[in-house]
Design a protein. Sequence first.
Length: 90
Amino acid sequence: MIKKLEAEDIAKILTLKDDDFKKVINCELGQWVQFLMQNVENKEYFMMGEIEDNNLVGYIIMVDASLQPVSNSAHVFYSKTTGMTKIKLY
């Protein structure tokens, strides 16, 4: 199931095996989770996750990159995906 991440889902990132995280994000995993938790309600961050059997198996973090005159634009900030190609963002 693909859904918008909530605080309890974000906490599951700590148990997600992600070998590439340190290559992309320059902080500890706990700091990353804390940052996401602080911004879970921030409308400039779009956080979606793939949940299977109540476990987080993949997620994507997008950031609002809108500049005038464009009203809507988003860029992928980080993703750890499996089958999230099923997601439609429009």
